[in-house]
Design a protein around this ligand. Structure first.
Ligand SMILES: [Zn+2]
Length: 330
């Protein structure tokens, strides 16, 4: 009898220890002994060679023209979304409504919306995860999708092409961005860690990502939080979304378990020889933007896009056609 009792206690204790270990293993932080420098001790992929975020150096990118990215259901209002403070960020999930889908660009197949979330810092000089030319932005939006053919987000994380993240950088503007007003005013409802709220008639994804989406950087990388799975095709838009300082302040009012959540971005990771591509659209404004061609970039033959081999000649030819047409018209 006593033997049976002791056995039950031992089983219960080992269950408790396993639960504590599990909870411990799932926790991480952005500072101290659980900070990014230690993630690799629990999650071996966090010290892999295809990690995110990265610093994108525009001089070193390969300019390509990929098939057009297609944003399906981005124009439809979402009936019901759940906003959740998970102690690391605020996450938005769709409860009822059309699921946004993304395809085209560097992607093979259809990718279905899983969740979106944000990264920010304690002031407007930092907060983004990815950087451009070593410059930080005050905030970054990650819209996470999984490859629909894998059936679920979990299954997709087991495959190198399982996920894609549409990443948008924010810039501070004097005026507030009206399409974000309703959203940021909801954030105090999830001020406490592990709290959730429901929002009905949420703005469209087109409203949330209102910027020029023609030019974007793309590279193979990872989740930027543990377990840092190297299964993400990153699509980082070149143009920023404007938000006022006061709108960004709403995010800084959220709490984690230690107080105000003021720092939830991972430092940039080494490239280890990865190629970053800049996809441009053949529109006038993109052609005459400040992008520069990298002469050292080696042409890729991956069948995913048309490599523009001599960008300068191409520019001159387009400009000449423009001059001829404008003379005919006048
Ligand atoms: Zn993220």
């Amino acid at each position: 009898m006593m033997k049976g009792f002791t056995g039950t206690i031992l089983v219960y204790l080992s269950f408790l220890i396993s639960q504590i270990n599990k909870n411990f293993a799932q926790e991480f932080s952005y500072e101290g002994s659980m900070g990014p420098n230690h993630w690799g001790e629990w999650y071996h992929q966090c010290v892999g060679k295809h990690q995110s975020p990265i610093n994108i150096v525009e001089h070193d990118v390969e300019i390509v023209e990929l098939p057009k990215l297609r944003f399906v259901n981005f124009d439809l209002k979402i009936e019901e979304v759940e906003l959740h403070n998970n102690g690391h960020t605020v996450v938005l999930l769709i409860r009822h409504g059309p699921l946004p889908i993304i395809l085209g660009g560097p992607l093979t197949g259809k990718y279905q919306f899983a969740q979106l979330h944000f990264h920010w810092g304690q002031n407007d000089a930092e907060g983004s995860e990815n950087r451009i030319n070593n410059g930080s932005f005050p905030m970054e939006l990650h819209v996470v999708f999984f490859k629909a053919s894998y059936g679920s987000f979990k299954e997709a994380t087991e495959h190198p092409d399982g996920l894609t993240v549409l990443s948008f950088l924010y810039s501070t503007s004097r005026q507030s961005n009206p399409t974000y007003d309703k959203f940021v005013q909801m954030l105090p409802m999830v001020e406490k860690p592990k709290s959730s709220t429901i929002i009905t008639n949420f703005p469209t994804f087109d409203d949330l990502t209102l910027t020029d989406r023609d030019a974007y950087f793309t590279y193979g990388g990872s989740l930027t939080t543990p377990p840092c799975s190297e299964v993400v095709t990153w699509i980082e838009f070149k143009k920023t979304i404007p938000l006022s300082h006061n709108q960004i302040q709403y995010f800084r009012q959220l709490n984690d378990h230690n107080g105000k959540l003021l720092h939830n971005f991972r430092p940039v990771q080494p490239l280890y020889g990865r190629t970053i591509r800049l996809s441009i659209s053949p529109e006038w404004n993109t052609l005459f933007s400040d992008v520069e061609k990298n002469n050292k970039a080696t042409p890729r033959n991956d069948g995913m896009g048309i490599k523009i081999r001599n960008f300068s000649i191409y520019k001159i030819a387009v400009f000449a056609v423009f001059v001829i047409i404008s003379r005919i018209v006048s």
